[in-house]
Design a protein around this ligand. Structure first.
Ligand code: TRP
Length: 382
């Protein structure tokens, strides 16, 4: 497992089941148990989100404490984010689709951090202006999923530098360089922004407690590469008098992120972007989608496809709201009743339908995007 690297700034090595078992052990996260699934399902009114049912969101920390608070009528809030590294492709929507489901189910406040500072400091030759422009576009993309305008708060780091920095110094004061080196793989030749930046990403995990003066739990949905931040935060926050944040953690979805497929932002022309027109979506799907199908029709009819690694299937499942339909397609595809061409067509149609809907909403959101701006005075009811 020594070849496996997993930090927010570098992911490499093979991400198979053994790798995840290793990460669970090493990071000290818990698998989401059957009991917890059932509790979540109950709150959701019966049906679990497909990302939970299929094990995409597979691990957690202290999720039970969030559910305890919810059951007792105590407030909690959600926090997630995005590093605005460029135009968003559909794989980038995964955590946000899931976060929206959580917000709908629990009806709670959500903070969404856009770490333009991180993207300026780390692995980037973009100017600050460029990073901020990308962040503004990404904000609209994320909001076009339809988050609750009254309870969704956008934190762009540069715009909120004063508030964030104020609390980041509390985190920094209680975090050593050796911790940052060990957890993030920072080395002496790195710029010092890398050493301080984690404090900025930890702030939203307690900012509502800091602002209101009440101790309010925070649940953070994230992909497992972001775990280093929140591992550190769980050591630091109790020292500041706050709860350790809870987490609900997803795998890196290779077939949507392009890790073992051909579709990614780094391969020119392959990823499906949110502003792609219908024909481009279809063309990219046919040309680049990594297929879990067999080489010939006869073989596929006989042995079936492997939907789990199939880009078309995973993209379809991500945009289809009806879990029963997803299960049906999964079975048809796996059993050989459905062929790869048909899978790709169905997937492209679903993607186009949802992208069109998002573009309509984006126009509305664009007009009053300021409504979503993070403002400490909005949390007096908490
Ligand atoms: N660092 C994250 C990224 O590069 C962005 C981020 C900020 C984030 N806060 C978060 C992600 C909280 C998940 C949860 O994508």
């Amino acid at each position: 497992m020594d070849s496996l690297k997993m930090t927010p700034w570098e992911v490499s090595g093979k991400l198979d089941d053994a790798a995840y078992r290793h990460l669970i052990e090493k990071f000290g996260v818990d698998i989401i148990s059957k009991e917890l699934m059932e509790r979540l399902g109950k709150v959701a009114g019966g049906e679990l989100h497909p990302f939970l049912a299929t094990g995409l969101f597979f691990a957690h920390r202290d999720l039970n404490l969030i559910l305890d608070d919810y059951d007792a009528g105590r407030p909690f809030y959600l926090y997630t984010g995005r590093g605005p590294s460029g135009k968003m492709h559909i794989g980038h929507l995964l955590p946000f689709i899931f976060t929206k489901w959580l917000q709908d189910v629990f009806g709670v406040h959500l903070l969404v951090q856009f770490t333009d500072d991180e993207k300026y400091l780390i692995k980037s030759d973009r100017s600050k202006k460029e990073v901020e422009t990308v962040a503004n576009e990404n904000v609209l993309d994320v909001l076009s999923l339809g988050f609750d305008p009254k309870k969704t708060h956008i934190i762009k780091d540069y715009d909120n530098a004063k508030t964030l920095y104020y609390y980041a110094t509390d985190v920094a004061k209680h975090t050593t360089i050796s911790t940052i080196k060990a957890v993030f793989g920072v080395v002496d030749s790195d710029n010092i922004g890398k050493v301080f930046f984690p404090s900025m990403q930890i702030v939203p995990a307690f900012i509502l407690s800091a602002i209101t003066g009440k101790n309010i739990r925070c649940l953070i949905p994230y992909a497992i590469d972001q775990d280093p931040y929140f591992r550190v935060s769980r050591d630091v926050l109790p020292k500041l008098g706050y709860y350790k944040p809870s987490a609900i953690i997803s795998k890196f979805l290779p077939s949507l992120q392009g890790q073992n497929g051909k579709m990614s932002s780094s391969i020119k022309g392959s990823a499906i972007f949110l502003d792609d027109d219908e024909d481009s979506v279809k063309r990219k799907m046919m040309k680049y989608a990594f297929s879990g199908g067999k080489d010939t029709v006869a073989e596929q009819r006989k042995y079936g496809a492997n939907p789990d690694v199939d880009f078309a299937f995973n993209a379809y499942a991500m945009f289809e709201d009806d879990p029963a339909k997803i299960r049906q397609v999964y079975d048809d595809y796996k059993s050989g009743r459905m062929l790869s061409g048909e899978m790709k067509e169905l997937s492209a149609r679903k993607i186009n339908e949802r992208l069109a809907e998002m573009r309509r909403r984006r126009k509305v959101v664009e007009k009053d995007v300021s409504k979503y701006t993070f403002d400490p005075s909005k949390f007096k009811d908490l």
